[in-house]
Design a binder for this molecule. Structure first.
Ligand SMILES: Cc1cc2nc3c(=O)[nH]c(=O)nc-3n(C[C@H](O)[C@H](O)[C@H](O)COP(=O)(O)OP(=O)(O)OC[C@H]3O[C@@H](n4cnc5c(N)ncnc54)[C@H](O)[C@@H]3O)c2cc1C
Length: 411
């Protein structure tokens, strides 16, 4: 019997996380083997073509704020060629008084310049970005086609090997590294270092090494609405993205004069179902009214013309899990990207590559990775003693809140 092929670095998962990490490793001169259960890249959650990205600017989550700021800069630089910068408006909460000067002062205290975030009253916002609501304008906010970005990251490269239709069932330690097995318990390959970027499936793969990860599915559905030009909606549709309770993209005018408008997303904890749900579209119709502050809007005029359904992977504390699995040397994790696949995959590419290649701390620090931020993302935060050693980690803020509503379960 021939021995399985050996690779120095194997990445399990060809979604945006695995693809971006593999691409960064290739750029750093490494040979990489990417393994995926599917027959092509971006077959799961990263099929998403309409993912928005902006740094978090909310209050009360200093670490999330720092992390999303670094990640946003990395994402912007990485995908500059396909980065769809249209700006994102964050309306203020309707039940809270909005004081522009106070919010501007807060943004300044975060060292966010006006090119990044501006507090605006409704009468200013309508001039600046066409939205007549109080809130924060993020001119650099953008969207990314995750599927296109994933495919581009995995385009043919002399040092890249891709193994499609190859599902990994378990990993076993060897003297020189790790052995990967399929579901028939046949050894598929051996590897010096393994990066697991298999979203929810990372939980099973970690369990095969006796490591328990607190990962959960959160189903989501985006609705693609068709809006006729002679309706009241048409005159209100945004030219920019809006992110509040839910989010929407700029409406796109079609050759027949009607509009295509993408609004999302539902938020169904613990659900795996990839079928399209009418209830989720209705939920998104209600979110559409909220985003445009158009309570009287007739939702029957938002005709469904398509949808995207995916299952997000989230960790117990809603931050991504990115870093070396220190109790299993040679294993690295990049999972639980939640609703920030764009930001966290860009950050994972830099951090995992630095750790795989053993970059020194000075290089990590130059990228903005202070020790507390690395610890906040590390798998080790979930294991015995971690919370006692670093109590602040227990109070990390949500990974999905600014994009996903905490509102009642929608189907
Ligand atoms: C409705 C909705 C809206 C969203 N909106 C946004 C947004 O606006 N902005 C944003 O940034 N993000 C958004 N996201 C989140 C984003 O889509 C995800 O965070 C991202 O796609 C996750 O990428 P991933 O690579 O971790 O996982 P995936 O894309 O799920 O990739 C995992 C890969 O691992 C492979 N795999 C799994 N198990 C195995 C195995 N055992 N062996 C081999 N291969 C395996 C799978 O085949 C798959 O290709 C949204 C998600 C949803 C559902």
């Amino acid at each position: 019997m021939t021995s399985p092929q050996h690779h120095d670095i194997v990445v399990i998962g060809a979604g945006i996380a695995g693809a971006t990490i593999a691409n960064e490793l290739l750029e750093r001169g490494q040979a990489v083997c990417v393994v995926d259960a599917a027959s092509l890249p971006a077959s799961a959650c990263s099929r998403h073509a309409y993912a928005i990205a902006h740094p978090h600017v909310g209050r009360g989550a200093p670490r999330l704020l720092r992390l999303t700021r670094i990640a946003f800069l990395m994402a912007e630089a990485r995908w500059s060629k396909v980065w769809n910068q249209h700006g994102i408006f964050q309306p203020s909460k309707k039940d809270k008084l909005f004081n522009r000067n106070e919010v501007a002062g807060y943004l300044q205290s975060l060292n966010l310049d006006e090119g990044t975030a501006q507090a605006l009253y409704a009468e200013e916002a309508i001039q600046v970005c066409g939205i007549q609501q109080d809130g924060i304008w993020l001119p650099r906010g953008a969207s990314l086609n995750l599927s296109a970005a994933t495919n581009d990251a995995l385009k043919t490269h002399p040092r890249l090997t891709c193994c499609w239709n190859t599902s990994v069932a378990r990993l076993e330690k060897t003297s020189a590294g790790w052995k990967l097995f399929n579901h028939q318990d046949e050894s598929i390959m051996t590897a010096g270092k393994v990066i697991i970027a298999a979203a929810l499936e990372t939980k099973q793969l970690a369990a095969s090494m006796d490591v328990r990860l607190p990962l959960r599915p959160v189903r989501g559905q985006l609705s693609i609405f068709a809006v006729a030009e002679n309706t009241a909606w048409a005159s209100l549709l945004p030219k920019t993205a809006i992110s509040g309770d839910g989010y929407c993209l700029p409406a796109k005018r079609l050759p027949d004069g009607s509009y295509q408008w993408i609004v999302g997303s539902s938020f169904d904890e613990g659900e795996f179902d990839l079928q399209d749900w009418d209830l989720s579209d209705n939920f998104n119709r209600e979110q559409a009214k909220g985003l445009l502050d158009y309570a009287r809007g007739d939702v029957s005029l938002l005709h469904k013309s398509g949808s995207f359904v995916g299952v997000r992977c989230v960790a117990g504390d809603r931050l991504p899990i990115i870093g070396a699995l220190t109790q299993r040397p040679g294993i690295f994790l990049a999972t639980a990207l939640g609703s920030r696949g764009v930001l966290w995959s860009a950050l994972a590419a830099k951090l995992i590559t630095a750790q795989v290649l053993g970059d020194d701390f000075a290089l990590l620090a130059r990228l903005g990775f202070a020790a507390d931020l690395v610890a906040a993302l590390a798998p080790a935060r979930f294991f015995a003693g971690a919370l006692a050693a670093a109590p602040a980690l227990g109070a990390l803020a949500s990974n999905s809140k600014p994009i996903l509503p905490s509102a009642p379960k929608a189907r």
